[in-house]
Design a protein around this ligand. Structure first.
Ligand SMILES: O=P(O)(O)O[C@@H]1C[C@H](O)[C@@H](CO)O1
Ligand code: GUN
Length: 325
């Protein structure tokens, strides 16, 4: 079935969108049924019935940033928080990774209504990319205008230090090179166009604001700006892989965010991406150290104070920017 009807007007091809995403797609090879638009509306309506918050900013908390230790983290600094476990949410997957709680948290940050995912879904957990990104579409249906996607990442740029923060300037969709994309399959025009552009994926104004706020908070010495890539995981990379990624201009390597950002841009959310550099990428066979998840979580804990303050101020400023435009 074609997702669009093409006709010709004055010699140019004109596409008339059809709402064609079938109720439930066929299983996509690994037992995961695709969800219809209506099912995601049901999910959003359930959430709206469980909270009085009407969020304008959605936050995805990266590994170790979503309250692994229950207090002091980004998700825990949300005021008048209402927490809804993923298991209670219709059509929602569950979080299986240590450091990811599995709750949607509604409330305010700096008086801006927000929803935060305390725990995200990763491809390596066995979810197809579209399912990893399902909450982004639910956020859109909740009324969210801006997505802040945070992640833990390995620092590939030799100037980066463990504990640095990287404003994401752009990404390289490595999994997309192999044809794995969250938008793969029939397109539902109610979310967005068949062929969305990605050249301005990370909002320029937000990036400027983030640099300004870093100055105000006196953390500009640890705030960088660079290119992120996502690999499928769950293993950390080989030396050869990392050297290849370095050659193509990658500054930080992770296992998330890229597909969430593609999904967010497809449904016209504005995006800000932030990586916490939790470990050094090993690019030489002479180095003894190896990447490990414990270090990733430890660095998240070490930096939770800074992250919390930084993201809370960003939310305030982005909320203001949202009202201005
Ligand atoms: O959810 P994020 O991208 O922050 O988590 C990263 C990637 C893996 O899930 C984990 C590896 O330690 O951290
Ligand atoms: N792929 C990848 N993901 C990470 N998440 C945190 N650190 C890393 C890393 O070094 N590589």
């Amino acid at each position: 079935m074609s997702p669009t009807n093409a006709s010709y007007e004055n010699g140019s091809k004109v596409f008339t969108p059809k709402n064609t995403l079938p109720e439930v797609e066929t299983e996509n090879g690994n037992g995961h049924k695709r969800y219809s638009y209506e099912m995601l509306v049901e999910t959003a309506q359930f959430l709206l019935s469980r909270t009085s918050t009407r969020p304008v900013i959605g936050i995805i908390c990266g590994s170790g940033m979503g309250s692994y230790w229950n207090e002091g983290s980004l998700a825990e600094s949300i005021v008048e928080a209402e927490r809804i476990p993923y298991e209670e949410i219709p059509n929602f997957p569950v979080s299986t990774v240590e450091g990811h709680h599995g709750k949607m948290v509604f409330g305010t940050l700096g008086e801006v209504p927000v929803v935060a995912m305390q725990g995200r879904f990763h491809y390596y957990e066995g979810y197809p990319l579209w399912k990893c990104c399902l909450p982004v579409r639910v956020m859109k249906l909740l009324g969210v205008k801006t997505l802040i996607a945070t992640n833990a990442a390995g620092g590939l740029n030799p100037r980066y230090k463990i504990g640095d923060l990287m404003i994401v300037k752009d990404h390289i969709n490595m999994m997309g090179f192999a044809g794995n994309n969250p938008l793969h399959g029939p397109n539902d025009e109610r979310f967005g166009p068949r062929f969305p552009p990605m050249s301005k994926a990370y909002d320029l104004e937000f990036r400027k604001i983030a640099k300004q706020v870093a100055k105000e908070l006196n953390i500009e010495n640890i705030v960088r700006e660079g290119v992120y890539t996502c690999l499928g995981g769950p293993n950390f990379e080989t030396v050869a892989e990392l050297n290849m990624l370095k050659m193509v201009g990658v500054d930080a390597v992770g296992m998330s965010t890229v597909h969430e950002v593609i999904t967010a841009r497809h449904c016209d959310l504005k995006v800000f991406g932030l990586s916490l550099i939790t470990n050094e990428c090993i690019t030489s066979y002479e180095q003894d150290n190896e990447a490990n998840h414990e270090e990733v979580l430890d660095v998240g804990r070490m930096r939770q104070d800074v992250l919390r303050k930084y993201v809370a101020r960003l939310v305030e400023e982005f909320g203001r920017e949202e009202q201005r435009t």
